[in-house]
Design a protein around this ligand. Structure first.
Ligand code: C5P
Length: 412
């Protein structure tokens, strides 16, 4: 059985650590927990103990704890250390190597991989001190999931929300798998082991001149969550992403591109793949004649005219790639009217196997939001999924992909 040492530090998001424990226990992962003084302001040792079914550690100076299990041993008995939520304080202590409580001491003493799930106010997250601490930690190989963008408990908006428990679970699965630590895990936890998944995500930027470009509002959240979920199920994942502000998903190899043409080239270079999921919001057009110098305002004030030309359709190209075609090709359809009719027509037109369709009228709050409500459109019909966090849509889709590839293989 894999084992996690879960460090719960202070913050309003600490309650989500309890849901994370439930998900991990369902995966058959053993969870030992350390609760900081700050964490204990938000969740009780009793609730953690009830869910983990294990003793909760909190003091560096407890003689009983030290005689049962010293802090060095505690730091090494797990396969992976997870700090969720990770407050600005604990991240700063980790970066500086401070050890003034049990949590920071085990983090310094460990020889195991560490995953942090930051959660804090947006100004604390963007403060140069936190930015520098995160750069130091990433440079040392600490894995990071989240934070996500959204409304905060303190009535501000921005990056700083703890990643959804399902997203942290996916990151943990992926790290346990990739570090070959998931020794005793049942094959069911890694149904995509040995498969290669290609995912596109984010917008594309189409240059007008060296300083200006055409773009769209895609955040990359859903595509990145899908890449994380596929990696969590054991797939080797290549993520080709346009410019986004969301962090790299753990466990995926990330290729950053700007334009649709670069995205297509990076996808073709990543072939062969067992499955391709095209979640990117690729710009439909690019500027026909980019200017190599900044276009100047004319004295008469006549604005320039941009002539556009179509971009390659990446989904359609991958879906019609002949013998190299991935066995399963999945596209997205964001629609504002007649969602299902358009999605079904798109599935046929693009030659893909599945379409994930959703209604992106502004009043649905889906575009750029936390939740998604989708239909899965396949050759055999339409399934309506409930409104779910994007990470859970990703998890369900990854599971369905694993099942479909198994069926396809059995029939081949
Ligand atoms: O045609 P439309 O943009 O509505 O199709 C959406 C689907 O097609 C998404 O899966 C998107 O990733 C993909 N697409 C693409 N290349 C394009 C346009 C869309 O891969 N140039």
């Amino acid at each position: 059985m894999s084992r996690i040492l879960l460090i719960v530090s202070g913050g309003i998001a600490a309650y989500k650590a309890l849901e994370l424990v439930r998900l991990l226990r369902r995966d058959g992962v053993g969870v030992t927990s350390v609760l900081t003084d700050g964490g204990a302001q938000f969740v009780t040792p009793l609730s953690l103990q009830a869910l983990t079914e294990e003793k909760v550690y909190s003091s560096l100076w407890s003689l009983t704890d030290e005689s049962e299990m010293g802090h060095i041993q505690l730091s090494r008995a797990a396969d992976l250390l997870v700090v969720a939520p990770a407050s600005a304080n604990i991240l700063a202590k980790m970066a500086a190597g401070l050890t003034d409580d049990l949590a920071s001491t085990v983090l310094l003493a460990t020889d195991k991989p560490v995953l942090v799930a930051p959660a804090m106010n947006v100004r604390m997250w963007t403060h140069p001190a936190t930015v520098a601490a995160m750069a130091t930690l990433r440079g040392r190989g600490v894995h990071v999931v989240g934070p996500e963008e959204g409304a905060m408990a303190c009535n501000e908006y921005g990056f700083g929300r703890l990643a959804e428990p399902a997203a942290i679970q996916a990151a943990i699965r992926s790290l346990l798998h990739h570090a070959s630590l998931h020794h005793a895990s049942p094959a069911a936890a890694r149904p995509l082991a040995g498969r290669h998944a290609l995912v596109t995500s984010g917008p594309t930027h189409e240059p007008i001149d060296p300083v200006r470009y055409l773009a769209n509002r895609s955040s990359g959240r859903q595509g990145h969550a899908i890449a994380a979920a596929l990696a969590g199920l054991g797939a080797r994942v290549t993520l080709v992403t346009g410019p986004v502000g969301v962090p790299d998903p753990p466990g995926a190899t990330v290729h950053r591109v700007e334009t649709a043409e670069q995205m297509l080239a990076a996808c073709m270079a990543a072939f062969p793949a067992d499955v391709a999921v095209c979640a990117a919001a690729v710009a439909d057009w690019r500027v026909a004649a980019q200017s190599s110098t900044k276009i100047k305002k004319t004295p008469g004030g006549v604005p320039p005219t941009l002539t556009l030309m179509p971009n390659p359709d990446i989904l359609a190209t991958l879906a019609t790639a002949g013998p190299a075609r991935p066995r399963l090709v999945v596209g997205f359809a964001a629609e504002t009217d007649d969602v299902l009719d358009h999605a079904q027509a798109k599935r046929t037109r693009k030659g893909c196997d599945w379409i994930i369709a959703n209604d992106v009228r502004p009043e649905t709050g889906i575009m750029g939001g936390e939740l998604n409500e989708v239909y899965l459109v396949t050759a055999s019909g339409v399934e309506a999924w409930p409104r779910l966090p994007k990470s859970e849509v990703a998890g369900r889709l990854a599971q369905r992909i694993a099942e479909a590839l198994d069926v396809a293989e059995a029939l081949a």
